[in-house]
Design a protein around this ligand. Structure first.
Ligand code: ADP
Length: 912
């Protein structure tokens, strides 16, 4: 910062080559009140410039006619090197005019040699000091305020600008500004601004404008230009003004605008309603989403009574209360009513805001109705999926439950057929057998449909002899068709591979279905089954099968729906066609799931043609599907003593299996175990050649028993063939029985030959003549074993004291059944506390009975009631679960009761 103080600036430089003139100036100064200044005298310009480098000169008295420079250039050269110096030019009398020019060039003043005295010199110097100081201060002010000054003389087109103006433009001070140069700094969008300003100046004295410049380093700055005109003779002769760097201010303003825009954007675009209300709830300001939420126009909202927006006014009161108490609410649940009456479920978050003028509520409302609905949909979907699973489970269970008695019916009628029967009785038995086989077919169909709806079907890939299948169909349908006096023929095309790979059972099922329909819906004429090749590659062959008939046919409309489950369209006044309407829908799924297509053409009264195409892998090897043997071939080698253990809980099925085997093979020794546990006891004491094992059994199921045998026994016992005997179709398809460690599987109800075939298949595995058969009876005798009860605990508790044991047994025979009955009554009354007490009481009784299923079921009642009390399951669930459980407790106990009675009888009779 420049400050003219006399301690620092205590020298005056006199540049004068004329010794006389120089001496005179020195004398004047000594005389004057500026005597304290030291005078440094130079004779040449070069000398002067060198000396100025020392600094500290308050003024330079410069003669412009020097030995090394004369005239103006002298001053210019000096000022170029030292633009800040306070120069007073000394001119000769003859070149007086130079004085003015010198001032314009940058000198502070001038003196005409010979024309000034001591006092004038002093005054001139003092004025120059003062002026210089003012100029310096002005420059300082310009620098601090970033305001530069400029002036444009329109007559000379000369542009003068202060240092700060140069600094603002980032322009070097040594390249003087001119109008064109200034234009080159302007932002392309602002180059027209100066002209516009001139235009305005014709009307107005003063004009101001913000514009942008681009500095040479490419940085952009904002400037404000203020211009004033100077008039002469009614014309503008010059324009002067200031230029100010306003970049910082502009940027701050832009930030504010941007920030405001940003907030306005959020406000306007927010999907959530944003609002400001009075404390009394009236709207002061709100965003467009608020209008959308409530369905009112802005004006309506501004004047609405807030109560009208709440579905339940108590919610509003609760909201107000919380705002009053806590000054804010977060996710406060409110049901608002829209103008159209619809209810929107919303979450309100709000704060109390106190300003100088008022207190307001500021907040956001989030409409969660759709989200809740989506959530509900998701839950519904989950429930639907769960119930689909349940349905599947249900169907599997139902099929199991139905197949078990079917096994008994079919098996028994098969056994009966072998008896010596009267003609009538034989007919009855045949009818029973036919009907039950028919019923079994329907059960299987329903199961297939259920499974195909879950895409659960897995198709086998085995080699089979296609011609065998066709031949069998031919044999079978020729007879059936004959009975209706219909012709039946099979036509097989050329070059069809005999052995192919695929699911032969499903193919058979499809063909049987189509041919049986053809026979069923045809009264006269012919049925034909045609087979030909449509495509063949190295690996595959594609075959088309067609079944055509000359039957009743169908209309176009009927054709559209026959593949839907349970559709039956055939109507006849004099004939009732049997069927479930499931067959076609099942086989359609079968064909499609194997990548094929099924089609049908039909003319009413003329007949129908059903066709489908399937691709099979080709095979070069021999067929693996063994031809089904006839019963007579299924013999056990003479002299071979075979022992079979049947493990089965259902008494009828026990009989069916035992009788079926002994009818065919009277020499085979068959034993029966009622559950896995009994089976293991027997197995431990005897050697069997084959075990036929039911899977679902009480106490110990077939899976557990098999595992036990496979792990707890030594060879060769542990490898005894075990054949699963189940009504669970899934087991066969999942090949689960293999996982359990079983060797094979017979599906109940079974055809005798199926059972025999499997038994024979596994017999060779263990084929030593048995020598333990004689012991069987005695062993059985020694180990009195019960199917359900286990009295080990009772024995221990009675300390093997027979009297004590009989007392306990008597108690078991009388008391628990009363408690169970009461428990069932309480379940019916939904008196859960009473149920809980009784179940608890029974918990201590049942271990004496030792029947696991009974103990477990009662424990489940207890556990569920506890869960319900803890709030982990609903009352609804308890109400569905418990009746069934109580029934089961009763059932299990009744099973146990029979054995308990037997034991008690044994004891008391023994004692007697
Ligand atoms: P179902 O035969 O057990 O009733 P399907 O699904 O096999 O069930 O057949 C559905 C219906 O399609 C039949 O009830 C019958 O109305 C019609 N239909 C099927 N095959 C024929 C055919 N060959 N000729 C005439 N109608 C047929």
């Amino acid at each position: 910062m420049f400050e003219m103080n006399q301690e620092t600036f205590n020298k005056i430089l006199l540049v004068e080559d004329n010794p006389g003139d120089a001496r005179l100036v020195e004398l004047y100064l000594e005389e004057s009140d500026l005597f304290q200044f030291n005078i440094v005298h130079c004779l040449t310009l070069k000398d002067a410039i060198d000396t100025l480098a020392e600094g500290g000169f308050a003024a330079v008295l410069l003669d412009i006619s020097l030995p090394d420079s004369t005239g103006f250039p002298t001053l210019e050269k000096l000022l170029t090197s030292y633009p800040e110096e306070n120069v007073i030019v000394l001119t000769g009398f003859s070149d007086k005019t130079y004085g003015l020019k010198a001032i314009k060039t940058g000198a502070q003043d001038y003196l005409v040699k010979g024309d000034f005295d001591s006092e004038m010199l002093s005054k001139t110097l003092k004025y120059s000091f003062e002026r210089n100081r003012i100029i310096k201060r002005l420059e300082e002010v310009q620098r601090i305020t970033h305001i530069g000054h400029w002036e444009l003389d329109l007559r000379t087109v000369k542009l003068e600008a202060s240092d700060e103006a140069y600094r603002i433009f980032g322009a070097p001070a040594d390249v003087a500004f001119n109008y064109e140069l200034i234009l080159s700094y302007l932002h392309p969008d602002d180059v027209k601004v100066p002209q516009e300003l001139f235009k305005i100046l014709h009307e107005k004295k003063e004009v101001s404008k913000d514009l942008r410049i681009i500095r040479r380093d490419d940085s952009q700055r904002y400037i404000n230009v203020l211009a004033r005109r100077v008039m002469q003779d009614g014309k503008i002769v010059s324009v002067s003004g200031v230029v100010q760097d306003i970049t910082e201010r502009k940027q701050a303003e832009e930030e504010i605008v941007k920030g405001k825009e940003r907030y306005e954007n959020i406000f306007n675009r927010s999907k959530d309603a944003i609002f400001i209300t009075k404390v009394t709830g009236e709207f002061l300001d709100f965003n467009p989403a608020t209008g959308v939420l409530f369905g009112y126009t802005d004006d309506e909202l501004k004047s609405i009574n807030p109560d009208k927006l709440y579905k339940d006014i108590t919610q509003r009161r609760a909201f107000e209360k919380e705002m009053l108490e806590k000054n804010s609410v977060r996710d406060f649940n409110v049901d608002f009513i829209q103008k159209n009456g619809a209810i929107r479920n919303c979450l309100v978050t709000s704060n109390v805001v106190v300003t100088a003028e008022s207190t307001e509520y500021h907040g956001i409302i989030r409409d969660i109705t759709d989200r809740m609905q989506a959530e509900q949909l998701r839950k519904d979907k989950e429930i639907a999926e769960r119930s689909a699973k349940l349905k599947e489970q249900f169907l599997a269970n139902v099929s199991h439950e139905m197949r078990t008695p079917m096994n008994a019916i079919i098996g028994m009628s098969h056994l009966l057929q072998k008896e010596d029967l009267s003609e009538d009785h034989r007919n009855y038995v045949n009818l029973i057998k036919q009907s039950s086989e028919h019923l079994l077919g329907i059960i299987n169909d329903i199961l297939d449909i259920a499974k195909s709806q879950f895409d659960e079907i897995e198709f086998e890939e085995v080699e089979f002899n296609l011609m065998d299948i066709i031949k069998k169909l031919d044999n079978m349908w020729k007879v059936q068709a004959n009975q209706k006096q219909l012709g039946f023929e099979v036509k097989v095309g050329q070059n069809i591979p005999k052995i192919i790979v695929g699911d032969h059972l499903r193919l058979n099922q499809i063909l049987i279905n189509l041919t049986s329909n053809a026979v069923k819906f045809t009264e006269k004429g012919n049925i034909s089954l045609t087979l030909y090749k449509t495509n063949e590659t190295d690996e595959d062959v594609t075959l088309r099968f067609e079944v055509s008939d000359t039957g009743i046919g169908m209309t176009e409309d009927q054709l559209e729906i026959i593949f839907e489950p349970f559709t039956r369209v055939a109507k006849s006044k004099d004939k009732l066609y049997e069927g479930t309407g499931l067959g076609l829908s099942i086989i359609k799924r079968f064909v499609e799931l194997q990548g094929g297509k099924i089609d049908v053409k039909s003319v009413v009264g003329k007949g129908s043609v059903f066709g489908f195409e399937l691709t099979f892998k080709k095979s070069a090897t021999v067929p693996v599907v063994a031809a089904t043997k006839v019963l007579e071939d299924m013999v056990i080698p003479e002299g071979q003593h075979v022992k079979i253990l049947i493990v089965e809980d259902n008494t009828i099925n026990q009989i069916v299996a035992r009788k079926t085997i002994t009818k065919q093979w009277p020499s085979v020794h068959v034993e029966v175990a009622g559950d896995g546990k009994i089976a293991i006891t027997k197995f431990n004491e005897n050697d069997y050649d084959i075990i036929l094992m039911d899977i679902q059994m009480p106490v110990m199921n077939g899976e557990e028993a098999t595992k036990y045998i496979r792990t707890q026994f030594d060879e060769p016992k542990r490898s005894t063939p075990i054949i699963a005997m189940t009504a669970h179709v899934h087991v066969k398809e999942d090949q689960k029985f293999m996982e359990y460690g079983m060797d094979d599987c017979v599906l109940k109800p079974f055809k005798p030959e199926e059972l025999f075939e499997i038994v024979l298949k596994h017999l060779p595995k263990k084929n030593q003549p048995s020598n333990t058969s004689n012991n069987i009876m005695s062993n059985e005798f020694k180990n009195k074993s019960y199917q359900f009860i286990d009295l080990e605990y009772l024995e221990t508790m009675s300390d093997h004291d027979d009297h004590m044991k009989s007392v306990l047994l008597e108690m078991l025979l009388k008391d628990p059944i009363k408690d169970i009955k009461r428990m069932k009554e309480d379940v019916a009354k939904k008196d859960w506390d009473a149920v809980s007490d009784l179940s608890h009481k029974l918990k201590t009784t049942f271990p004496y009975v030792g029947y696991t299923a009974l103990i477990d079921t009662n424990k489940a009642i207890n556990d569920n009631l506890k869960k319900w009390k803890d709030g982990n399951i609903t009352t609804n669930e308890i109400e569905t679960l418990l009746p069934d459980m109580a029934d089961r407790v009763e059932m299990f106990f009744r099973q146990a009761l029979v054995e308990l009675q037997a034991e008690f009888k044994d004891m008391t009779q023994g004692a007697a």
